[in-house]
Structure formats: structure tokens, C-alpha cells
Design a protein around this ligand. Structure first.
Ligand code: ZN
Length: 378
């Protein structure tokens, strides 16, 4: 099969590799649609975030498969001891594979697993024609949900995690900083949840128009600067500030993100005693206005990722897919760039790495169901 292989930071190539075989408890999935995550694109470029050192060590030993945990596909074959999955099932997968053996896993805190594996990071992912995943990670994609929407479900799960962490009480006011894919998903989740006033700040008129369509009560042009956003928020809340800020805009200005000052903006827009949920992926040593947060008694929260079950009856991925299937959340309108054929994976990474230049909202998707072809539709 063909798969993306990283030869060095910034040097991603599509090459022939061996077809994968499923091990015990594993399935092979024919990838129908995949999107590189923003974090993956940062890591490919060599940015020092998340698993940078792990990737640097792997590259020191030679070219390595990397990326591809946001995908949707069809089960092709199943290995020994697979209990439920069958060839032909449409599935996506949760990227984190907990070990099940460490002290955290044994004590029911698998989200603190000390030896997790990650699809696309510590084992080959779906930037390829086929991907092998443990059956335990599979999430069925219900009828009526497209492969494109299935591949885009992980960011929605992230937005749901953020909303759940903020514990938004009925009628509470929410400001979403940033109108990119995470911001626009946060707006929809807040609206569908029990928020009162939902405000959003962003720089793109087209994205702010989408936010209005998704039910935002107040859209603020962020090009007015932090003072302009703060003034609009104070005006809308009687000078109090919002109960919850969901920060999604921070990151490198080189790729169109808003720098690290968005946390300071969040700290000024939130009410005394309010909560800030940090969705952005910032450098390890990003500055933080800790004195301001302390003085204003503000809680700074970081959402979990992955399946993260909040009840015994279901995981966040399955819930997110149901929201899409029912039409409660619209992810397809956020998909601006669709490429066709496995060979265009590096182009999808380049677009996703620099979304503002390309006018992309969701990461660029690659459709692997169409034969060859170098067409792309934007
Ligand atoms: Zn563990």
C-alpha cells in the first residue's frame, strides 16, 4: 500500500510500504477519509509541542511513519480474538490506547495511564491507504454520517470535553476566543448545551458569519484588538465579564494564530471567579498571567482528550457522532478543503499547517476512495 513516511522535519513523502496485517485483537481498516490534525502538522514541521521529543528520537533512527489519527474507513479484515467488528463496518477510532496494566489503569484512572500508545504517533496511523487499530479503539460511525464527517469527529469530541470541563450551568455566559474549527465547534456545543449568552471573537468575516449561523448571540471583530474585544464583552455582560471563556485562538502567529496573548485576553474577559478552558496548543513555556488569574480567583482548566467516558453508557466520540447524525452539530460546513488520493497527503498537511493562508477552517481532508487523481476541490 501507499503511506506517508516522514524523512525529517518538514519532509513528508508518500511511498510504497508493506500491507499491514492485523494482530491479536486488531483490525485492518481501509481508510476512506483522513485529515491531519493541527498538532500533527506542528510536529511534522518540528515545533516543540506535545510528542516532539518522541518524534525527534524516532527520526534520529531513520524515516518513520507518522500522523493520521483522525480518519474514517471500512473494516477490511479482523485478527484473532476480535469479538464485534466485522468486515464492511464503517468506523473511526479513538487515538489513545491505554496499557491496561499500569497502576493508573488498574485503579480505573486510565486517563492517567503512564504507558499509552497513540495511533499515528507511537504506532502507524491513517495517513495511508490502510491502518491497523485495536478493536478496543473502534467507534462505529452510524448510518447517515459521511466518511468526511466521521473523520472530523475528534475535534468535536474535543469541544465536548471542553464544554463538559467548564460545567456550564443553565444560562451562564460563554465567550469563545477564536472562530477557527475549534471555536466554531465550541459555539455549536455551547448553543446546543445550556449556555445563555454565547459570544465569539474572530478576525474572519466569513467565519464570524458561520458563528452567527450556528447560534452565537454576539460576534466580535478581533481586529479591534484585545481592548475592543474586552469592551464588547463588558458591554454585553453589564461590566461583569463572562462566566466561562473557551480559548481556541492561541498559537504561532507564523501560521496565522493569535500568539500567546490570548490567555491574557481570556483572563480579562472572564468574570471574577470564572473559568477559562484552554483548548489551544501552546509552547511548553508559554507565558501566563498567573498573578492576574490569582487576584481574580479565576480557574484555568485543561480539557482531556480521547474517549473520556463521563458515564458508563457511552463515550464522547459516540455522543459526538450522534449529535452529527441528528443534525444538532454541523461539521461538514467547516470542511473547506477536500483533496483526492493518497499522494496528496503532504499537500493536506501543508494546508492544515497554514490554514489562514489557504482560508481553511477544518483541516484539509484527503478522500482515499476515489482512484488516483490529483484533483482538489475547495
Ligand atoms: Zn496504563
Amino acid at each position: 500500500m501507499r503511506a506517508a513516511v516522514l524523512h525529517g522535519f518538514g519532509d513528508l513523502r508518500v511511498e510504497e510500504v508493506a500491507d499491514p496485517e492485523p494482530g491479536v485483537g486488531e483490525v485492518v481498516v481501509d481508510v476512506a477519509c483522513v485529515q491531519p490534525s493541527v498538532t500533527e502538522c506542528m510536529l511534522v514541521a518540528g515545533d516543540r509541542v506535545a510528542l516532539h521529543q518522541h518524534l525527534a528520537d524516532a527520526l534520529a533512527a531513520g524515516p518513520t511513519r507518522f500522523g493520521g489519527h483522525e480518519f474514517c474507513g471500512i473494516v477490511r479484515s479482523v485478527g484473532p480474538d476480535v469479538r464485534h467488528a466485522r468486515p464492511g463496518d464503517q468506523v473511526t477510532a479513538v487515538e489513545t490506547i491505554t496499557c491496561g496494566r499500569c497502576a493508573a489503569c488498574r485503579n480505573g484512572r486510565s486517563d492517567a495511564c503512564v504507558a499509552p500508545q497513540f495511533i499515528g504517533f507511537t504506532r502507524p496511523g491513517a495517513l495511508a491507504e490502510q491502518v491497523v487499530v485495536p478493536e478496543s479503539c473502534l467507534v462505529p460511525v452510524p448510518p447517515g454520517v459521511s466518511a468526511a464527517a466521521g473523520a472530523a469527529i475528534q475535534p468535536l469530541a474535543g469541544a465536548i470535553h471542553a464544554h463538559a470541563l467548564a460545567a456550564v450551568q443553565p444560562g451562564e455566559t460563554v465567550l469563545v476566543i477564536g472562530a477557527g474549527v475549534m471555536g466554531l465547534l465550541a459555539v455549536q456545543v455551547a448553543r446546543y448545551g445550556n449556555a445563555g449568552l454565547v459570544a465569539v471573537s474572530g478576525r474572519s468575516p466569513a467565519k464570524l458569519a458561520l458563528a452567527s449561523r450556528f447560534g452565537a448571540d454576539l460576534v466580535v471583530d478581533a481586529s479591534t484588538g484585545h481592548d475592543g474585544v474586552l469592551a464588547a464583552v463588558r458591554d454585553a455582560t453589564g461590566g461583569v465579564g463572562v462566566d466561562v471563556v473557551v480559548e481556541t485562538a492561541g498559537g504561532s502567529p507564523e501560521v496565522g494564530l493569535a500568539g500567546t496573548g490570548t490567555l491574557d485576553l481570556a483572563a480579562r474577559c472572564v468574570r471574577r471567579g470564572g473559568r477559562i478552558v484552554m483548548v489551544s496548543v501552546l509552547p511548553e513555556q508559554a507565558p501566563a498571567p498567573l498573578g492576574l488569574l490569582r487576584e481574580r480567583c479565576v480557574s484555568l482548566l485543561h480539557p482531556r482528550s480521547g474517549a473520556g467516558g463521563y458515564s458508563p453508557s457511552g463515550g464522547v466520540f459516540a455522543h459526538a457522532l450522534r449529535l452529527v447524525a441528528r443534525g444538532d452539530v454541523d461539521v461538514e460546513s467547516l470542511i473547506t478543503h477536500r483533496l483526492t488520493g493518497v499522494d496528496l497527503i503532504p499537500e493536506a498537511v501543508a494546508i492544515t499547517r497554514d490554514k489562514s493562508t489557504y482560508g481553511a477552517i477544518n483541516p484539509a481532508q484527503v478522500d482515499l476512495t476515489a482512484a488516483g487523481g490529483l484533483s482538489w476541490n475547495c
